[in-house]
Design a protein around this ligand. Structure first.
Ligand code: ATP
Ligand code: MG
Length: 385
């Protein structure tokens, strides 16, 4: 009796029409990359993907985290005779200690002498006659659902206990690229994860205000980028020195406009670097109304300087829900480490919550914007994780 991993990919991929091949190819490639140091073999059988390996638990654990994977299950491969199926189903129901069960058959091999309904009925009857009064059939909510997949080469049997939910989404790298503004907070890593989950390639930019923000604050952002890289492929982290820009703003602009002007500089640097590197969009961890700078007016005024789409995947999410995802993806514990952030150092006492584009543009006339942006980007450090 052989065990292998059955991979089901997100139903959305089926809807891709002519592009479906491309998506499948990418997903298969991404799975192969994730398993590069695990002995394995991917086998395609009539539209189903199976993975053979002598370390199935490791395969399940890694493959379920590949974007585009809906579900993985460890299945038992048997020779597809009706007697074998009956024995295996009986063994599985017994093993599960369930009081109720159901047999569900999928017959891809149309040469099999009976149809799906007949097989389910006969196998179910066999289980009942052997386990007697201890179990009954429940077709709606069975405790143990035995799934039988009859294919040309082999037959596969598995139960709900063998199924593990995958992360879903679309294959990484299929949907363009973004520059994620990654701070050390809770939100931006979650925003990056959500973009990557939809197949968008991630690059990260972090604004560092040495000596006002410490090396440890920078290390925290590096750690967050490393965690994100576990879900993606190699992630670039650009660390941009931001102190000079902040000092200029403090010196030359009104106090209540510091935050919004600083945000516009972050946006400009992200766009400028994206242009240089061929990255199509920018993403942030902002959520409407979460803090004083994340008002609709604030977002409008910071987007005003962007020359490409700005995505804010958390825009409509509550903090509690963002925290749940952060915990799920393992960034939360790192995000809550108490190191200062450049935005918390230079906080005006009464920041403008309703800035206006024309006013802010006017205030910025005192600054040599292009030189400041170019200099910051020229002096950035690059890390790859
Ligand atoms: P986060 O939890 O992501 O830090 P936040 O709730 O603290 O977000 P802000 O500090 O207002 O909110 O930042 C809003 C967004 O701006 C962040 O989600 C992030 O995308 C970006 N950002 C803020 N500070 C930095 C920084 N130092 N470097 C890079 N991006 C930053
Ligand atoms: Mg923050």
């Amino acid at each position: 009796m052989n065990k292998l991993v059955l991979v089901k990919y997100a139903p959305e991929i089926f809807l891709k029409g002519l592009n479906r091949n491309k998506f499948e190819k990418k997903l298969k490639n991404n799975i192969t990359k994730k398993l590069k140091d695990v002995e394995h073999q991917i086998v395609l059988d009539q539209g189903r993907w199976f993975i053979k390996s002598n370390d199935l638990d490791e395969v399940v654990d890694r493959v379920r985290r590949v974007f585009g994977v809906q579900e993985v299950s460890i299945v038992t491969e048997i020779e597809g005779t009706l007697d074998n199926i009956k024995e295996e189903a009986l063994r599985r129901v017994k093993e599960s200690n369930a009081k109720t069960f159901k047999i569900e058959t999928n017959r891809a091999n149309k040469n099999f002498p009976k149809n799906s309904m007949e097989i389910s009925r006969e196998v179910g009857g066999y289980v009942l006659s052997n386990l007697g009064d201890n179990v009954s059939v429940d077709i709606h909510k069975p405790e143990c659902k035995v799934q039988v997949e009859i294919r040309e080469g082999s037959t596969y049997v598995f139960t709900n206990d063998d199924r593990v939910k995958g992360v879903g989404g679309l294959p990484y790298g299929m949907n363009g690229s973004t520059m994620l503004m990654l701070s050390g907070g809770i939100d931006s890593p979650v925003a990056g994860y959500l973009m990557a989950k939809r197949g968008v390639e991630l690059n990260c930019i972090y604004y560092h205000s040495h000596p006002y923000t410490s090396e440890r604050a920078k290390d925290k952002v590096k750690d967050l980028a490393k965690i994100l890289a576990k879900y993606t492929e190699k992630v670039n982290l650009f660390v941009v020195p931001f102190t000079e820009i902040q000092m200029e703003i403090i010196e030359k602009c009104r106090e209540d406009e510091l935050t919004i002007i600083m945000r516009r500089f972050m946006m400009r640097c992200a766009c400028y670097l994206s242009e240089k590197r061929g990255i199509q969009s920018v993403s942030t961890g902002e959520s409407i109304g979460q803090v004083a700078s994340q008002t609709m007016e604030g977002l409008v005024v910071s987007s005003d300087v962007a020359d490409r789409p700005v995505f804010r995947p958390l825009i409509s999410m509550d903090k509690e829900d963002i925290i749940d995802i952060a915990k799920d993806i393992d960034t939360f514990e790192t995000s809550i480490l108490p190191y200062e952030d450049c935005c918390t150092i230079f906080v005006p006492k009464h920041p403008k919550t309703k800035p206006r584009v024309l006013e802010i543009r006017k205030s910025e006339e005192a600054l040599d914007i292009d030189t400041l942006v170019e200099k910051a980007i020229n002096e950035m450090e690059v890390y790859k994780f």
